[in-house]
Design a protein around this ligand. Sequence first.
Ligand SMILES: [Zn+2]
Ligand SMILES: [Zn+2]
Length: 246
Amino acid sequence: MDQVVEGMWLVPGGSSNWVIVKDPGSSSFTLIDGGYPADYGRLLGSMRQIGLRPQDCRVALVTHGHVDHIGGLQKFATEFGGPVLCHADEVRNLVGPQREQVTIGRIVPRLWRGRVRSWLRTALSLKALEPVSITPAGVFHDGETLHVPGSPTVFHFPGHTSGASAFLFDTAGQRLLVSGDIAITAHETLPDQTPRLRILPSMFHRDRTQAQASLDQLMALQPDVVLPGHGPTLRLTGSDVADRRA
Ligand SMILES: [Zn+2]
Ligand SMILES: [Zn+2]
């Protein structure tokens, strides 16, 4: 678990991350994403480790409706009743069962790569095939600042999925960007595990070209720190930004 700044944590699950942002004046908090279905115990454990009670979750924000980001949230919302919000264009990915997600037909031709087989084994062990459906309590819009702990501003960056969104926090003079799968720093299927900002391999995107354009637009926000959907937190320097296409 990475405490990025006072009151904000990036938590690595079995394969993907979630983020917890505590309200400075109370015990309530914002949760962003929630791992695979089998991450649920880890999700609750991460709150308790920080000293937060699951029932004090004010809202769960969703970067996008892939099973590695909403699997744990379904159980969480059912048990604790916290409202789940997503972008209007992402609602059908949360509800399912059809969603803009990598298909077995796109995975099979790549199974000759050991790292793809290894990722698939991990995903299945985290119950990637368990049925997941969340009906969001509401939607947010591009440019909206949400009145929830941390007061993030929403940025809609389609491409990975139709309604993929990032959340920008202005905390202690730093611009902290929770990027979901719009910008990741590492992933089991990538040959180079050195953390740097990039998009996932093409099989994971609804529209790879749009996903690349969205990464460029996200970088134009000039975040100081990126908390990605996969891989560790990245603190950016000027050269990181210049080298991001390298
Ligand atoms: Zn995804
Ligand atoms: Zn993901």
